[in-house]
Design a protein around this ligand. Structure first.
Ligand SMILES: Cc1ncc(C[n+]2csc(CCOP(=O)(O)OP(=O)(O)O)c2C)c(N)n1
Length: 584
């Protein structure tokens, strides 16, 4: 059937209606990148009354900003760009969103298919450009003469949004070939059809059957050494409380590094990385679990990963409602299709254990707590005795964080330092974010900027100099970033390569791994009109932090002047202090 476009509707009506479908499905945020091919999309989203739009010229940065927005809204952010290499520049953020499981609806404008490979300008092969790092790639038709084309576009956009939100959430790509003319004629109005069909998808409600519950409880009772390991996830008080009740009932040790956002739990093990990195063999042997239960995404700690790979539990259960489950510790035996909270709440009833059994389980959790305490004491000793070094300054920064904030941690030392220092259980209002999906240094600042656009609480970013200067276009726009405060630890290179095993002693280490750069955040701050201060002596710490944590609605940069030698020595000394506690 040939579709007759009513006189008041445009030829491009099915394209304009994409904005309307998004709005009707609860999507309110779109990041637009300039270009001509995408003009019909740009105009539809800009002119839609329920969608907030921002224009960001660097597509790489734009896509990370979109990711940061989606972390706050929990809805797909729409990303729109023109044809050609513009689309490729979305790729790093798309890969990050894929592994961090953040929803994005990526709309790339394209030439009609007959013009691909014809040396027409700004034309590349876009149909599946993001490869395996999107949940799915769709291509829309470029002519809308037949009624089925309109139905197909509507159906595809509904499907793409539903898929982006379905567990595990992630990016979905829709490639949109557009025929000229791309701009409305003078005076032509862009309107939205009121008849757009909306397809909803109900959330997956995985439940634990009575028989599975019995099976799991019986298994749980048979293990005396049980670890509950939280991977990266957003802060969720409900999960923490349920996990706490579960842990008390079954005497389970809860381990979570800083990106697990489990610091709100009083008795959690936060320093597994230091414990397993510095302790002696006999301690590690005694900490070997019989049952490992995991939930959430990745863990930072290499020491923890190695420990679990070398000291494999008899069973490893992973709780995840849907999607492919990685076998990070090479010991996965059971995938439990449930939400973590439902799992913890379902397994609270239990037959009474003999006091002998529960004693044995308690002994195991106490062992972990004793090691945690040991690290804490060694850390205190280190911080009391050692002078001005970047890890010491970051300890002060973390202590001074506001009660409620989003804490963004760049790759790679910032997130590692924060994990070594840890947050305390009275910092429940500090919610941690880090691009640990792909662990790139290319979009940490932009992600924090995106967060600051959509959050009522301050956003604090702690970053190294390389990550900061790499992503400088995070600031290349005209929007206010209220209450975004950035700590740049400037040691003039990537100190991570100076402290990890491997490159440290090679003759090429300094030039080709650490690399040396001479930029200062002062110039960048001047260029983007950001409020700047420098922390270059221990005497200034108190006043610097007081000023820095004064939230007056402006974007502030605090540059910590560090040097590679002191930073490396302090890192070694910090670990040595913990190691020494095992000699006593
Ligand atoms: C896009 C990208 N390129 C390269 C890397 C490898 N890499 C990891 S950390 C790092 C250096 C980071 O330096 P800086 O931000 O100064 O932090 P520091 O290690 O000094 O704390 C590099 C190049 C990466 N993770 N991502």
């Amino acid at each position: 059937m040939i579709a007759k476009t009513p006189l008041h509707l445009s030829r491009l009506q099915p394209i304009y209606d994409i904005a309307e479908i998004c709005a009707k499905k609860g999507i309110n945020e779109a990041i637009l990148c300039p270009g001509s091919r995408c003009a019909p999309l740009t105009l539809a989203f800009v002119r839609h009354p329920e969608i907030n739009t921002k224009t960001i010229s660097d597509e790489r940065s734009a896509a990370f900003i979109g990711l940061g927005i989606a972390q706050q809204t929990h809805q797909p952010t729409v990303l729109i760009c023109t044809s050609g290499s513009a689309a490729y520049n979305f790729a790093p953020a798309i890969a990050e969103a894929f592994f961090q499981e953040v929803p994005l609806l990526v709309l790339t404008a394209d030439r009609p298919s007959e013009w691909i490979d014809q040396w027409d300008g700004q034309t590349i092969r876009q149909t599946t450009i993001f490869g395996q790092h999107v949940k799915k790639s769709f291509t829309l038709p470029h002519d809308y003469d037949h009624a089925d084309s309109t139905w197909f576009i509507n159906r595809t956009i509904n499907e793409a949004i539903n898929l982006s939100c379905a567990h595990p959430p992630g990016p979905v790509h829709v490639n949109i070939p557009l025929r000229e003319p791309l701009y409305p004629t003078p005076g032509e109005k862009i309107t939205f059809s009121s008849t757009n069909k909306i397809t909803t998808e109900s959330n997956l409600q995985p439940t634990i059957s009575d028989s599975l519950k019995e099976e799991l409880l019986e298994s749980l009772r048979s293990f005396k050494k049980v670890i509950l390991l939280a991977g990266q996830q957003e802060y969720n008080d409900g999960i923490i409380k349920s996990a706490e009740r579960f842990s008390k009932k079954h005497h389970v040790a809860i381990i979570g590094d800083v990106i697990s956002n489990f610091h709100g739990y009083d008795n959690g093990i936060r320093f597994a990385d230091s414990i397993l990195g510095q302790s002696i063999t006999s301690v590690k042997e005694s900490l070997k679990p019989e049952l490992l239960i995991t939930f959430g995404k990745s863990v930072i700690s290499k020491n923890l990963k190695q420990f679990l790979r070398q000291h494999k539990p008899t069973e490893h259960w992973h709780i995840q409602p849907a999607g492919v489950v990685p076998d990070t510790f090479q010991s996965l035996t059971k995938v439990i299709r449930s939400t973590p909270k439902h799992f913890f709440d379902s397994l609270l009833e239990s037959e009474k254990e003999t006091s002998f059994d529960s004693q044995k389980k308690e002994n195991y959790t106490r062992l972990w707590q004793a090691e945690e305490h040991r690290v804490q004491l060694a850390q205190e000793k280190y911080f009391k005795e050692t002078a001005f070094a970047e890890i010491n300054l970051l300890k002060e920064v973390m202590k001074a964080l506001p009660m409620r904030c989003n804490l963004h941690l760049s790759n790679s030392m910032a997130v590692r330092y924060a994990n070594m220092i840890g947050l305390t259980s009275d910092q429940k209002g500090v919610h941690v974010f880090a691009n640990r999906g792909t662990s790139g240094i290319d979009g940490c600042t932009s992600t924090a900027v995106g967060n600051s656009f959509c959050s009522d609480v301050p956003t604090i970013l702690i970053t190294g100099d390389m990550a900061f200067f790499y992503d400088r276009n995070a600031f290349w726009h005209t929007y206010k970033m209220p209450n975004l405060h950035v700590v740049v630890v400037n040691n003039q290179g990537g100190i991570i390569f100076g402290v990890i095993d491997g490159p440290g002693n090679l003759p090429e280490a300094d030039e080709y791994f650490v690399t040396q750069q001479k930029l200062t955040a002062k110039n960048l701050s001047d260029e983007f009109n950001l409020s700047y201060s420098l922390l270059d002596s221990s005497k200034k710490i108190k006043n610097s932090l007081k000023d820095f944590f004064d939230f007056s609605g402006t974007t502030k940069i605090l540059e910590i002047k560090s040097d590679q030698k002191t930073a490396k020595e302090a890192f070694t000394e910090f670990n040595l202090q913990i190691k020494k506690s095992y000699d006593a």
